[in-house]
Write a new protein. Sequence first.
Length: 156
Amino acid sequence: MKGFAVYPSPFGYLEIGYEGGSIVCMERTEKRREGGTPTELTERANKQLSEYFAGKRKAFDFPYRLTGTPFQRKVWAALEAIPYGETRTYKDIAQAIGNEKATRAVGMANNRNPIPIVVPCHRVVGTNGNLVGYAYGLAMKKALLELEQKNKGVEL
């Protein structure tokens, strides 16, 4: 990561990392880290995230780059295909990438997702529909899913 900027969000602070002309990571933190430098790119990403949190945006169009193993990139591509307001199970994702026995590995790839929310790992639930496994905590996962359910049929 070449640089970062920190912004407040409904869930604490979001640290948005960038390199070149792309967002490369995003982390939620309780405390604001000093030393960040906002750029036009991080401002654009933050604006879109703020619109999402306000229920006024369903998709993101700022440039980002995902770095991971070939398996992780396959999982993340499957996550990006989950429509706003919908969920899939870990097994669904494993099947979508052609490896139905890889449900645990799918969970680990979700945990390593460098740009949560934008790459919507919060839309993946347990086989029985229960909320399980979100790096930022189940309360945030539940809030994001409820936000999307509330706005699913609304034109934004």
